[in-house]
Design a protein around this ligand. Structure first.
Ligand SMILES: Nc1ncnc2c1ncn2[C@@H]1O[C@H](COP(=O)(O)OP(=O)(O)O)[C@@H](O)[C@H]1O
Ligand SMILES: [Mg+2]
Length: 255
């Protein structure tokens, strides 16, 4: 069988196995899978990154996350950004001021592509410095494929805000340490850290959704760092952790 016809068959299989059951999912299906997105999925399938695309794990404001299976029969998470509903103004503001990206365009599709690339690069950087995030696998156009955080049966790990945390103090310390490594070594600020963007796998926190992450000398880095700390503290206060914002900040900045 030629490579193309195999990919064709894989894509058909992938799309037919896409379990679009609920109305919400059906709506998402037509919204996410515009022609270009399908073409990108086709390419990724052809390159072995994806052979099955299962139902949506999450349908967010700007992106949908699906569970997929790659040619090695491993689960992967497939994050697909929608061109139609993305907040371009915010994306532009965050991209400008980041020396890694030079974007001179108001083309929405191109801005989203840079945004996806930014998430990929941020994940890679975090991984390199030992911060537990999903390993990025590939970014292509508006699609990011990364390590699936979940169990062997394919159940996604719960969000920190919904998880049963056995040792809040330990989890909190691990997260503060990750923020510290991100800031001092990877030179990044997450920018949207809270119980909504941390998964709990085997009692260990895994930080996700780092697309808006900025380099530390970005004009809004400090403001974002403060917000991350406040949000994290809010979530852990409910779990009995008592520590002040200033204390954490001096821990993170090594004062
Ligand atoms: N690598 C992953 N493995 C498993 N589930 C994931 C992964 N990445 C994201 N998810 C799930 O998808 C949801 C949305 O992903 P996220 O990156 O936070 O996008 P959004 O921009 O929509 O908030 C998460 O809350 C989580 O439940
Ligand atoms: Mg999120």
């Amino acid at each position: 069988m030629s490579k193309i016809s195999k990919a064709d068959e894989d894509l058909r299989k992938m799309l037919s196995e896409k379990r679009i059951k609920s109305d919400a999912d059906r709506k998402v299906g037509s919204e996410v899978f515009d022609k270009r997105t399908l073409k990108t999925l086709y390419k990724l399938a052809n390159q072995g990154y994806l052979k099955v695309l299962n139902g949506a794990i999450s349908t967010g404001k700007e992106a949908n996350v699906f569970k997929g299976i790659n040619d090695e029969d491993e689960f992967v998470a497939v994050k697909i950004y929608r061109i139609t509903t993305s907040d371009f103004k915010k994306m532009q503001d965050y991209i400008q001021g980041d020396p890694r990206f030079k974007v001179n365009t108001s083309n929405k599709r191109q801005i989203v592509n840079v945004w996806v690339n930014k998430e990929f690069r941020n994940l890679k950087r975090a991984c390199e410095f030992g911060v537990r995030v999903p390993h990025p696998i590939i970014a292509k156009n508006n699609i990011l494929i990364m390590e699936f955080i979940g169990d062997k049966e394919g159940n996604a790990a719960p969000l920190l805000k919904d998880a049963n945390i056995t040792n809040p103090e330990k989890t909190f310390d691990e997260l503060v340490n990750y923020i510290k490594i991100l800031y001092n070594n990877a030179k990044l600020v997450h920018g949207d850290l809270s119980g909504f963007n941390i998964l709990m796998k085997n009692d260990e926190p895994v930080i996700i959704d780092i697309s808006q992450g900025v380099v530390v000398d970005h004009p809004i880095a400090e403001e974002l760092l403060n917000r991350d700390i406040v949000n994290l503290l809010k979530d852990f206060k409910k779990l009995g952790i008592k520590i002040s914002e200033d204390e954490i900040k001096s821990k993170i900045m090594d004062l």
